[in-house]
Design a protein around this ligand. Structure first.
Ligand SMILES: NC(=O)c1ccc[n+]([C@@H]2O[C@H](COP(=O)([O-])OP(=O)(O)OC[C@H]3O[C@@H](n4cnc5c(N)ncnc54)[C@H](OP(=O)(O)O)[C@@H]3O)[C@@H](O)[C@H]2O)c1
Length: 334
């Protein structure tokens, strides 16, 4: 079983990391162990993994009656942009379903129970690997707001800009290329009006660093106008006239944003941290020292070491002369 679920995870990873839907993979296996069909979800509006696998089996000329479906996420039981997967599996005569993550989406959840009520042997078979694939999406759905990655580039002494406001470039080419790759995986990028005024960033995921054409929504948070800035050069951008991170996330949630990268500056990043709304941090650290300038993060009202926000599942990746440190600030499955 573990092998079939591992394969389903591989398939799930072929789907896009961005977009309102999770990445899901499905493998259909005959009682004698023959793989009958495979499928994965290619993004909102396209077939879910289970119907895709059923189609694949049909195309291969296989009858799936009595088969077991290995799926990375509990089959949905609702009609959204496509029909319920529970119905597709039932109609096809599948005898058993093993799903690796329970669906937290109140609209789609309960698929396992629906299948069991129809006499299908549907079992929750937890898999950390399957959970990892949709960690951000699952966090977003569970909290009813977009998952927030706070990203910044800093010197060894924690500065994101020099005293004169310049921040081009804190880090080198490899670190910046990596950050462009992350932009291509998310639904939105948010910055404050101060960063737009100081840097006039395009906030796009730029080739050649990204192969995929996906461009995230760009959001600028603050009361002042930034007319004429590069960020407004096409329509895929919104102004959020607020200083409240909750309001900003509500505006993004209304646009089906599941993951947003907050790219600063320090004022906006600090506001999100103060509000307890940062789920993941990406700190690109350059071997440079400024001694003065802008801090990556401002006062959070933490006065003692015991109060420090501490991340988990930490990674450190060398990118040329720089280092990317990532950490999560939400709890994983126990
Ligand atoms: N190294 C890096 O990774 C990096 C990344 C980004 C920026 N930077 C640097 O950081 C500097 C800009 O930092 P910054 O802190 O001034 O810019 P910021 O956080 O982008 O923008 C601050 C502005 O946003 C508005 N705002 C939005 N939410 C707010 C809130 N909760 N509280 C207060 N104001 C809020 C305010 O302007 P309104 O009057 O419009 O409301 C405020 O003046 C520049 O030097 C830039 O080069 C560095």
């Amino acid at each position: 079983m573990a092998d079939h679920l591992a394969r389903a995870v591989e398939l799930a990873l072929r789907g896009p990391a961005h977009g309102p839907n999770p990445r899901v993979g499905c493998v259909l296996v005959a009682p004698d162990g023959t793989v009958l069909g495979e499928g994965w979800h290619r993004g909102a509006g396209t077939p879910h993994a289970e119907p895709a696998a059923l189609d694949d089996a049909r195309d291969r000329g296989h009858d799936v009656t009595g088969a077991t479906a290995y799926v990375t996420l509990e089959p949905c039981s609702h009609t959204g942009r496509t029909g319920p997967c529970t119905d597709a599996l039932t109609r096809a005569g599948v005898a058993a379903v093993r799903y690796a993550v329970e669906d937290p989406n109140p609209l789609a959840a309960g698929g396992g129970e629906v299948l069991r009520s129809r006499g299908i042997d549907a079992t929750y078979a937890p898999s950390r690997a399957a959970w990892e694939v949709n960690r951000r999406w699952l966090g977003a759905v569970a909290h009813g707001r977009p998952w927030v990655i706070a990203k910044w580039a800093q010197t060894l002494d924690g500065r994101t800009a020099a005293a004169d406001g310049t921040s081009f470039w804190v880090t080198g080419e490899e670190a910046r290329a990596h950050a462009h790759g992350v932009r291509a995986e998310v639904d939105a990028i948010l910055v404050g009006t101060g960063t737009v005024r100081a840097d006039d960033p395009a906030l796009s995921a730029r080739p050649p660093h990204v192969a995929e054409p996906h461009q995230p929504l760009r959001a600028v948070m603050g009361m002042s106008d930034t007319f004429g800035a590069k960020v407004w050069h096409d329509e895929n951008a919104i102004a959020i006239r607020s200083h409240d991170p909750h309001e900003a996330l509500a505006a993004l949630e209304a646009r089906e944003v599941r993951t947003v990268v907050v790219e600063g500056g320090g004022t906006v990043t600090t506001a999100f941290l103060r509000a307890g709304l940062v789920d993941e941090v990406h700190a690109y650290i350059a071997p440079a020292i400024l001694g003065s300038g802008t801090n990556a993060v401002g006062d959070l009202g933490i006065g003692t070491m015991g109060g420090a926000l501490r991340g988990q599942d930490v990674t450190a990746t060398a990118l040329g002369v720089d280092t990317l440190v990532t950490a999560f600030f939400q709890r994983g499955p126990q």
